[in-house]
Design a protein around this ligand. Structure first.
Ligand code: NAD
Length: 485
């Protein structure tokens, strides 16, 4: 085992959980046993909630300009340890080193946003009658929790961690049991940056801990990122316990390619979007709709896909089960009459035989009723459908239950606007294959890609992590007595 057994992080220290149940943490790159992750119990969660609750009074009363000083230092530490954090990210998740560097750079950007929060939460004040003012303040919620998926071991935790904490909350993080190592390093860096003990805690585990988070009376709000199936469970359970909840789910992102699209740029963008992070991104292009004759562009997409080599510029998928599921989708599509233009099944990487790889796969002549057209594949696979008109393409996009992202490739501005207005997705790209809004713009999908109000990052997250306090204030007797006294 490469690293020591993973522990929970409670009140500024790594501690053993109360149970001895563990899961192995295996590197998708080559099958190396990296560590074991504990499956904590409800008691372990309770210990973390008690620690966070004890830290809350002092932390929430620390002025926000002081709180964000921790994040200025944390940002510097992320920069200092970028290489090491990126290597750890690749090791546990399987993505390429370059993708991991980009992930840590995104953590830095998210942290920069958190340091700007004092500028954004100044509240409002107005003299509402003579000598009487109303003012609003953003008050923290208390102890809050963040449950995260496997595909971004550092970035998704940093969607919530800097903003929730800078806004005065104390946070419990539940990492994915598949990639639990990176969060521990983040905890160490936060401590080095001066974060008081108890403000950030980690409780490892799986279903049992997620359910315990949803049920714990000491937790005020739950943020979740993962599959739609689990997002629904978490949203329903947390809100039925009267907690605030924002649950981001899965995706099936459609790219609409029009005949006037710039062929080279479009092909590069489509291939990069479907294969980046081995297709394990909630913003990955998964379905492409060619409107009219786009055969020349499809040829170029295949050329680009063939340049993507597992183990070189394409990382591994998370585990064997994922590899089998993805290959199963390709085989089923083939049986149902689709044409496999580039086939990523049975990918092997020399010297890394224990790794779990799927090569880039381009499937043409997919029909909207096929599983590869409807379901999230979460692998480096693009399913191409064809229509005669933009409205038919939009009908396919609109009929899918998800709504994270959609993109259009065209040089016609009016047509792009037409599609922006009609696509049923929260994040739209025009000639951009992965339309992730960068800070300060917020991240969040629609439909079954998100349950709850608002978005998870950017300005929108302020509403989620705080509650408004409204004060009505009169100091001077000469303000007199009126209808609102
Ligand atoms: P997942 O839903 O399996 O797991 C997410 C979290 O929920 C993990 O911490 C896991 O321990 C926990 N969990 C798993 N099953 C559970 C259950 N039955 N009950 C309670 N908790 C449970 O997701 P994943 O496989 O880790 O991540 C991939 C999914 O996440 C994809 O669907 C992807 O689209 C989605 N995702 C969405 C976004 C977004 O912004 N919408 C971002 C990243 C990933």
């Amino acid at each position: 085992m490469k690293y020591p057994a993973i522990q929970n992080y409670v009140h500024g220290s790594f501690v053993n959980p109360s149970t001895s149940k563990t899961l192995d943490v295996i590197s998708p790159i080559d099958g190396t046993l990296l560590s074991t992750v504990p499956l904590s119990s409800a008691k372990d969660l309770d210990d973390a909630v008690k620690s966070a609750a004890a830290a809350f009074p002092a932390w929430s009363r620390t002025p926000i300009k002081e709180r964000v000083q921790v994040f200025f230092r944390y940002k510097t530490l992320l920069e200092k340890h970028l290489k090491e954090l990126a290597e750890l990210c690749s090791e546990e998740n399987g993505k390429t080193y370059g993708e991991s560097v980009a992930e840590i750079e995104k953590c830095i950007e998210l942290t920069e946003f958190a340091t700007s929060l004092p500028q954004l939460v100044t509240g409002e004040v107005l003299e509402v009658s003579r000598g009487v003012e109303c003012r609003t303040e953003h008050a923290p919620l208390g102890v809050v929790a963040s449950i995260v998926p496997f595909n971004f071991p550092s970035m998704v935790p940093n969607w919530t961690l800097p903003n929730a904490i800078a806004l005065g909350n104390c946070l419990i993080m539940k990492p994915s049991e598949k990639v639990p190592l990176s969060c521990g390093r983040l905890a160490e860096l936060l401590k080095e940056a001066g974060l008081p003990d108890g403000v950030f805690n980690i409780v490892h585990g799986d279903v049992e801990i997620v359910e315990a988070i949803c049920d714990h009376p000491g937790i005020e709000a739950v943020s979740f990122v993962g599959s739609t199936k689990v997002a629904k469970i978490v949203y329903q359970r947390a809100t039925s316990n009267l907690k605030r909840c924002l649950a981001l789910g899965g995706a099936k992102n459609h790219l609409m390619v029009l005949p006037d699209a710039i062929p080279g740029m479009t092909a590069q963008n489509v291939a990069a979007s479907m294969s980046g992070c081995a297709g394990q991104r909630c913003m990955a292009a998964s379905a492409m709709i060619g409107v009219g004759n786009v055969d020349a562009i499809i040829d170029k997409i295949c050329d680009e896909a063939r340049k993507i080599i597992p183990g070189e510029n394409l990382g591994a998928v998370i585990n064997k089960a994922s590899q089998e599921r993805i290959e199963g989708y390709i085989t089923e599509a083939e049986k149902n009459g689709a044409k496999i233009l580039v086939d990523g099944r049975n990918a092997k990487v020399k010297g890394k035989e224990g790794g779990t790889y799927v090569g880039p796969t381009v499937i043409d002549f997919v029909t909207p009723d096929m599983s590869v057209a409807k379901e999230e594949i979460f692998g480096p696979v693009i399913s191409i459908m064809r229509t005669n008109t933009v409205d038919e393409a939009l009908a396919i996009e609109n009929a899918n239950p998800y709504g994270n992202a959609a993109s259009v490739f065209t040089q016609n501005g009016g047509m792009a606007r037409y599609i922006i207005e009609r696509a049923s997705a929260g994040m739209i790209g025009v000639n951009v294959g992965v339309p992730v809004p960068r800070e300060p713009f917020s991240f969040g999908g629609w439909n079954e890609s998100k349950f709850g109000v608002g978005d998870i990052t950017g300005k929108s997250s302020i509403e989620f992590w705080t509650k408004l306090k409204k004060s009505t204030i009169k100091w001077n007797a000469e303000a007199g007595v009126n209808w609102m006294s």
